[in-house]
Ligand binder design. Structure first.
Ligand code: NAD
Length: 448
């Protein structure tokens, strides 16, 4: 009874991109008063009006709902947001540096410094961004040095595992909650914040600050390794006339292996996996953990080679040169259900073929705008039909359901030649070949 009457901690979320906007909305959904802060006024203006500045299923609705309940608002004013909050989640970006594999930590540093200077009462700073191990300890010192006299501020780490495309679901129903470096008081606060998912059965793991940082990075490193592993095996399947999809189905039934993240194809991309494994390489090198460096280099190389492999398949299918060839590209996002084109393998392949003189036309159901901003010299179509009309070869690069469900008979009427490179090994090859298509996969036998 008395617990229910105690004031709930108020929450600020610093950085309202894919992670922060989702986290802010989810915290409001769990009943907290939340203010989201971003340095980008356009983003704050859009979110405040209930418009999502990027594509994420279900998030727009959740934000609108809690703008209406009054539990959620957005601002560019960090000082004001910190003044009215008790727990400050740091969700700013940690991209790869332009000139090295290391993570660019400017945004987390400036966010923590900004929170520290703005503190007017006791608070907990909770890092959620993905950072190289050792960052949180430095940020903790920064917080201690900059927080006003007489204000008790603690910094802990709570890595985030959400997937774009399933971000709302993952945030409200996480597989686990990991809390690093928390005092008893901070742990109590985190147990209150995450009471609902924990009540549903999500394990609540308390670990050291460094372990928490590394849990996130290691999880991504493992997922990346799994994808590069199956892509290496796909190369062998091609050479040995075996089928990697059937192989993955068979080994995936072993509970120790599991079928997920065993899809051979164009490989991983996006705003997380590539930069996270590179930052890990860099940090492991600094710390002298050379096995990790070598392993991650190999994973990265195998992954990048898949992009070249798909470009080579397109070249082959056009007789060795794509100069002036019409190529229809289905997909620009790094995976379905997102408009994220950061380090997207699909956009990368489309661009490589464009640079070789092909007439490339791209269609993506959600990522057309972000892709056009990233690569304005590519042509973009408004639909699948327009993208593939007259094409010498069609490339399926992002496995959106609408591409997998498309009618190969109708599409076959539009192309110049019925050849499709299924770079995700996701098409029903029998259905497409029955409609007269040659389907070329990666590590699978072509159907003609
Ligand atoms: P993002 O680029 O979409 O968002 C970052 C936001 O932070 C931007 O809106 C930017 O304007 C804002 N920002 C930068 N500096 C700021 C400051 N000082 N104060 C306030 N706002 C500031 O990036 P993201 O995809 O949301 O990723 C954020 C972090 O979360 C990264 O470390 C990433 O690795 C991690 N992460 C992302 C995902 C994901 O699926 N996107 C999943 C788990 C973890």
């Amino acid at each position: 009874e008395s617990g229910a009457d105690a004031p709930r901690p108020r929450i600020s979320v610093i950085g309202t991109g894919y992670l922060g906007a989702t986290h802010a909305a989810a915290m409001a959904e769990l009943g907290f008063d939340v203010v989201g802060v971003d340095t980008d006024p356009a983003k704050v203006e859009a979110l405040s009006a209930g418009r999502l500045p990027f594509y994420e299923p279900g998030l727009g609705e959740l934000i609108s709902e809690h703008l209406a309940t009054g539990r959620l608002r957005f601002t560019t004013d960090l000082t004001e947001a910190v003044a009215v909050s008790d727990i400050h989640f740091v969700c700013v970006g940690t991209p790869q540096q332009a000139t090295s594999h290391a993570a660019d930590l400017r945004f987390v540093e400036s966010a923590v410094a900004g929170i520290a200077r703005a503190l007017s009462h006791d608070g907990i700073v909770v890092g959620k961004s993905t950072v190289p191990v050792g960052t949180a300890a430095r940020l903790r010192e920064l917080l201690g040095a900059l927080a006003p006299e007489g204000v008790a501020a603690e910094l802990i780490w709570n890595p985030e595992f959400l997937r774009e495309g399933k971000a709302v679901e993952d945030t409200l129903h996480p597989d686990r909650v990991v809390i690093g470096g928390a005092s008893a008081a901070a742990e109590t606060a985190m147990r209150e914040v995450y009471a609902a998912p924990v009540a549903e059965g999500a394990p609540f793991l308390t670990v050291g600050l460094e372990t928490a940082e590394l849990v996130k990075v290691s999880a991504n490193a493992f997922l990346a390794t799994k994808i590069s592993f199956i892509n290496a095996i796909a190369e062998l399947c091609t050479a040995a006339d075996a089928d990697v999809t059937a192989l993955a189905d068979a080994i995936g039934l072993d509970g120790r292996i599991g079928r997920r993240f065993l899809d051979a194809g164009l490989g991983f991309g996006g705003g997380c996996l590539p930069k996270d494994i590179r930052a890990l390489m860099h940090r492991a090198g600094e710390l002298g953990a050379l096995e990790v460096v070598g392993l991650m280099q190999q994973v990265d190389e195998i992954n990048m080679a898949q992009r070249q492999r798909v470009v080579d398949l397109a070249l082959q299918s056009c007789g060795g040169s794509v100069l002036n060839a019409r190529i229809g590209v289905l997909g620009a996002a790094f995976k379905p259900l997102t408009d994220d084109v950061r380090d997207s393998p699909a956009l990368n392949v489309a661009a490589a073929l464009h640079l070789r003189g092909a007439q490339v036309t791209v269609f993506d159901p959600a990522a057309g705008d972000t892709a056009r901003r990233t690569f304005p010299t590519l042509s973009f179509a408004a639909g699948t039909e327009d993208a593939i009309r007259g094409a010498h070869v069609v490339l399926l690069l992002t496995e959106w359901a609408e591409f997998l469900d498309a009618d190969p008979v109708a599409l076959g009427e539009l192309v110049g030649r019925r050849t499709i490179i299924d770079a995700r090994n996701k098409l029903d090859a029998a259905r497409w070949s029955a409609a007269g298509w040659t389907v070329i996969g990666l590590g699978t036998r072509p159907t003609a």
